[in-house]
Design a protein around this ligand. Structure first.
Ligand SMILES: Nc1ncnc2c1ncn2[C@@H]1O[C@H](COP(=O)(O)OP(=O)(O)OP(=O)(O)O)[C@@H](O)[C@H]1O
Ligand SMILES: [Mg+2]
Length: 468
């Protein structure tokens, strides 16, 4: 964090100082909620959780070098005490981003936030020091902690914002008001909590409502619910996508033999070829969104194309490709799944598996409501149409729909199989995999199929799938 005295922090958050002999002492280190991350000069934020009370660590963190604790009760060591720690943390973040000269970029969407945030960060990093959300730290606690990790040098702050209902994003943009707001897509993630796609669009669009007139709203031209958000902002609108009306678009999209997307990137300042290191076509849309942000921030198309071509995967289990010593390739995309990314992952598998045996180890796609049967059936059929050598459908009812789709598309023999759980899938794969095979593992987050990929990478022929 930028250096602030305890007195100033207490004033900003409206807190009482307790056991602080010298209020001019400065917080010079990070602001953290996990006692293991404390470093000299840190501010430790104590939350009362269901199982753990952060205040219990107060003495230990101060002994470990923390300057003070921000909490809801005195703890016998230097502390700033407030009635609501989350609000106080938010107020501190708001104060700090106002003081920073950094440009704030905020993004949301139903799928691809983390992938796109990681791309934007890697592209902007080419131009100037950039701080971004680690992993998916995108809620009312992760967001202010990320903002507080910026320093005097930070020029760009890239913030992932998540929402589970109306008003959530408005709260987050109130803490860290962006100059650039980006909406990727409106899908079906958490549709149960929202009520419907229109409600999701209503909530996601909050990210562009407070933009300043000299800011930019970056919207997906290919998603009608996102495109329609243009009327909700006074900022300039920049469209990205494959649609002809997009300001930043991709032409001639194809997958290389290794499953990596390649395309001609067009921006208002020219065009340039991009071949990505990431796997799967769904990253084209994410890359265009990142290119639109970078264009708005003054990067040339050549710089953007180089940065996109160099960008790697910063967050785990998203098309994570690992070669085993015996020549089996494992593609771990078990972080999450929706119909679009399932199709993209299968196409990438087919491309990288040319001339090799390919395995699609797939589980359920959650939150599809009435579409669930049709979508699972369609994915099973696509696996057959793409000539995937073997489909292993893992789990309950939805897995049986995947397998039935494959069966009905013509995979009658050994080419598709339904197993009840991850352990059964691992047992099957261990006995059947041969050098040169390529294995894709993918399902919704709640299914936890990464255990399959991890068990296969742990090697050997023994071992259990870890319990979740
Ligand atoms: N543009 C996209 N469209 C559809 N699916 C995508 C897209 N980008 C990534 N995905 C898929 O969504 C999954 C989750 O990606 P990512 O973690 O980037 O999304 P997220 O929106 O940050 O998710 P969360 O809500 O869990 O934070 C990936 O495994 C991938 O399969
Ligand atoms: Mg995320």
């Amino acid at each position: 964090m930028i250096a602030l005295s305890l007195a100033e922090i207490a004033e900003v958050v409206g807190g009482q100082t307790h056991d602080i002999p010298d209020p001019s002492v400065q917080v010079t280190g990070s602001v953290v909620r996990d006692s293991r991350e404390v470093e000299p000069g840190s501010l430790f934020v104590a939350f009362v959780g269901e199982r753990v009370d952060g205040h219990d660590f107060a003495e230990a963190v101060v002994a470990g070098g923390a300057a003070a604790v921000l909490g809801s009760r005195p703890v016998g060591v230097p502390a700033i005490v407030v009635p609501d720690v989350q609000r106080a943390l938010g107020a501190l973040a708001r104060h700090v981003v106002r003081r920073l000269g950094a440009t704030l970029v905020a993004l949301t969407g139903s799928a691809g936030k983390t992938s796109t945030k990681d791309l934007i960060a890697q592209v902007l990093q080419h131009k100037a020091p950039t701080v971004w959300t680690p992993g998916s730290f995108n809620n009312e606690i992760g967001l202010p902690l990320t903002a507080l990790s910026a320093t005097e040098d930070t020029r760009f702050l890239v913030l992932e914002m998540g929402a589970r209902g109306a008003g959530h994003i408005r709260y987050l943009t109130g803490l860290t008001p962006p100059r650039i707001g980006l909406v990727l897509n409106v899908g079906t993630a958490h549709i149960g909590e929202f009520g419907g796609r229109e409600q999701i669009a209503e909530a996601k669009g909050e990210i562009i409502e407070g933009l300043p007139a000299d800011g930019a709203a970056i919207l997906n031209a290919d998603d009608p619910l996102v495109r329609a958000m243009a009327s909700r902002t006074k900022a300039k609108v920049i469209l990205f996508g494959e649609s002809g009306e997009a300001d930043v678009r991709a032409e001639n999209v194809r997958l290389t033999d290794s499953g990596q997307p390649s395309f001609m990137l067009h921006t208002p300042s020219g065009c340039s070829d991009v071949t990505m290191r990431l796997y799967g076509e769904h990253h084209v849309s994410n890359a265009l969104a990142a290119a639109a942000v970078a264009h708005e921030l003054g990067m040339s198309v050549a710089e953007i194309a180089i940065a996109l071509s160099e960008a790697g995967s910063l967050s785990r289990w998203r098309m994570e490709v690992t070669e085993r010593p015996d020549g089996v390739t494992i593609v771990n995309d078990a972080y999450n799944a929706n119909p679009e990314s399932m199709r993209a992952a299968l196409r990438a598998l087919a491309a990288m598996g040319k001339g090799r045996r390919t395995w699609a180890v797939l589980g359920k796609m959650a939150e599809l409501g009435d579409e669930a049967l049709a979508e699972h059936d369609a994915v099973g059929r696509l696996a057959v149409r793409l000539n995937v050598s073997k489909l292993v459908a893992v789990g309950g009812r939805e897995a049986s729909w995947l397998q039935l789709g494959a069966y009905n598309e013509g995979s009658w023999g050994e080419e598709s199989v339904h197993v009840s759980d991850a352990q059964a899938a691992v047992d099957l794969l261990r006995s059947e995999l041969r050098p040169g095979d390529v294995v894709l593992v993918k399902a919704s987050r709640s299914v936890g199929l990464e255990s399959i990929a991890e068990a296969l990478l742990a090697g050997g022929t023994q071992g259990e799938v870890a319990a979740r």
